[in-house]
Design a protein around this ligand. Structure first.
Ligand SMILES: Nc1ncnc2c1ncn2[C@@H]1O[C@H](COP(=O)(O)OP(=O)(O)OP(=O)(O)O)[C@@H](O)[C@H]1O
Length: 482
């Protein structure tokens, strides 16, 4: 690397941690040895770029030398929970091998005869900023690196996380190759995009449903329904992909599943929904004693509940940072990832892609009000049922789709992020039902950038050109402006 850079040698089982400020980018190159970022290996002599306020760590099992530019915050830590995470990975790997052996009818060694043959189906729970998403990523990356051809499912049940879609979506994707970390704009790796060139590395094809809000307390009933829908989809997949089932699955959850939820009942119901929908057999509790005891009491008799250490490297993310990350995610969705490399770096890769491959060009189109049917799920501001006065009935239920009239003042549509839903598979009118809209997956996202009430037209930004006539879109509470 030219320009200002320095070389650091890391001892075995240590990690180099960095935190980037807004507008800052960092390039890291591995010179000697082996190193990984949240479980994804770095190739030698190749600059990796990080940006958009990324906070991460380069870990080495056996020692390495890295060269990097100057981030605003950096330090080396000798205390990491990686050995504990690696032990977990080994236990999960054994479960996968036993599941595959059982499927193939291969001989079972004597000492393994009594062991269960279920693959790992893991729910990760923990308070805010405990590193849940990072643990999920490390475990998934170790599984795909194992060289056994596993493609475990990663489920993002945290609506604030964004995952592979826009924030507000809940999604699942089979992961075939390690998930790169380069920006919080794409926290779980890169999904397939509308770019004309196919992505060379890890283009994931997620299945996503629209929840539409960052907080689970906005509409726990809707969230529960989405979790159950994703569970049903996975079961359908497993019916035909018996070998795929043996790789297991990992579920990342929001912090509100662990604590701080307004209603403890909602929290318990959402955990229960995940356990049932994904047939969870292992719960990992990241550094939270009380939650560990609670979950052991509720689930310990029929599934494994393990408390795992929290990494000292996890960064406390505040509300404003999270809002900026939502903006990065939406910007990335429409325009691709743009991280200007630090001075002196010309060829680098961002999340495994060459820089020019991940620039997208969205399209701005004017459509008629009648082209698109827009709905909101539940009333705009909704107290949970439990907060209503005794005997009071709700006029609009939490899961009712209410039409939104773009001509009405206060429609909330200007700058709103809308999820455009897939068409119902069943076009037979007799098979349609009231709440069908809740069960349709997302096809893509659009943003309303202008509304012309006299002409009954609106301008929308979409990832590519195409007609919206007859489509259904759902508004949530996310807004985005360039
Ligand atoms: N070892 C580490 N070194 C440096 N940064 C880290 C490390 N582990 C995690 N981080 C960073 O800390 C931040 C929070 O981690 P993460 O998103 O995994 O936590 P979480 O518990 O899922 O958060 P949430 O509160 O959103 O549920 C992320 O930016 C992540 O990249």
């Amino acid at each position: 690397m030219e320009g200002e850079s320095k070389e650091w040698t890391l001892d075995p089982e240590t990690e180099y941690r960095f935190e980037l400020d807004p507008g800052e980018s960092l390039a890291v190159k591995l010179i000697h040895g082996h190193a990984e970022v949240f479980g994804a290996e770095l190739a030698a002599n190749h600059p990796y770029l990080f940006g958009q306020e990324c906070k991460a760590a380069v870990f080495t099992w056996r020692g390495c030398t890295i060269e990097m530019s100057h981030p605003s915050t950096e330090y080396v830590s000798e205390e990491t929970p990686m050995a504990a995470y690696a032990n977990l990975h080994i236990a999960f790997e054994q479960m996968r091998v036993r599941a595959l052996r059982d499927l193939r009818g291969s001989p079972v060694p004597e000492y393994e005869r009594d062991k269960p043959t279920d693959p790992p189906r893991v729910l990760v729970l923990g308070p805010e900023n405990s590193g849940k998403t990072t643990v999920c990523k490390i475990l998934i990356n170790y599984a795909v690196r194992a060289g056994q051809g596993w493609s475990p499912l990663l489920i993002n049940a945290d609506p604030a996380e964004g995952g592979w879609a826009a924030p507000g979506a809940i999604s699942v994707a089979p992961v075939h190759s390690p998930l790169a970390t380069c920006s919080p704009g794409s926290p779980l790796g890169t999904a397939a995009t509308s770019a004309p060139t196919a992505l060379s590395s890890n283009a994931l094809l997620p299945l996503a449903y629209w929840y539409g809000h960052s907080e689970t307390k906005r509409n726990p009933l809707l969230l529960e329904r989405i979790v159950r829908n994703i569970g049903e989809n996975i079961n359908d997949k497993y019916q035909v992909d018996l070998q795929g089932r043996t790789a297991g699955l990992i579920v990342d959850t929001p912090a509100s599943f662990a604590s701080g939820h307004r209603s403890n009942d909602d929290r318990q119901r959402l955990i229960r929904a995940c356990v049932d929908a994904f047939k969870i057999n292992t719960i990992l509790v990241v550094g939270h004693e009380k939650l560990n005891v609670e979950l052991n009491r509720n689930y310990g008799s029929h599934l494994t509940v393990v408390k795992i250490p929290k990494s000292g490297g996890v960064v406390e993310l505040d509300h404003l940072y999270r809002e900026r990350v939502h903006n990065y995610q939406l910007h990335t969705y429409f325009y691709g990832q743009r991280v200007p490399p630090p001075a002196g770096i010309s060829s680098a890769s961002l999340g495994g892609e060459t820089l020019s491959d991940i620039i997208l060009s969205p399209s701005s189109t004017i459509i008629n009000f009648g082209d698109l049917s827009i709905f909101r799920i539940g009333a705009e501001s909704m107290a949970p049922s439990s907060a209503l006065p005794i005997g009071a009935a709700r006029v609009v239920s939490e899961t009712q789709a209410v039409p939104v009239d773009p001509a009405a003042s206060g429609s909330g549509l200007l700058n709103a992020v809308l999820a455009v839903l897939a068409q119902p598979a069943n076009t037979d009118e007799a098979e349609r039902y009231d709440e069908e809209i809740l069960d349709l997956p997302i096809m893509g996202f659009i943003v309303v950038t202008n509304i012309d009430i006299p002409l009954r037209k609106m301008t929308i930004l979409a990832p590519n050109q195409g007609s919206f006539v007859g489509r259904t879109a759902v508004i949530g509470s996310f807004e985005w402006q360039e």
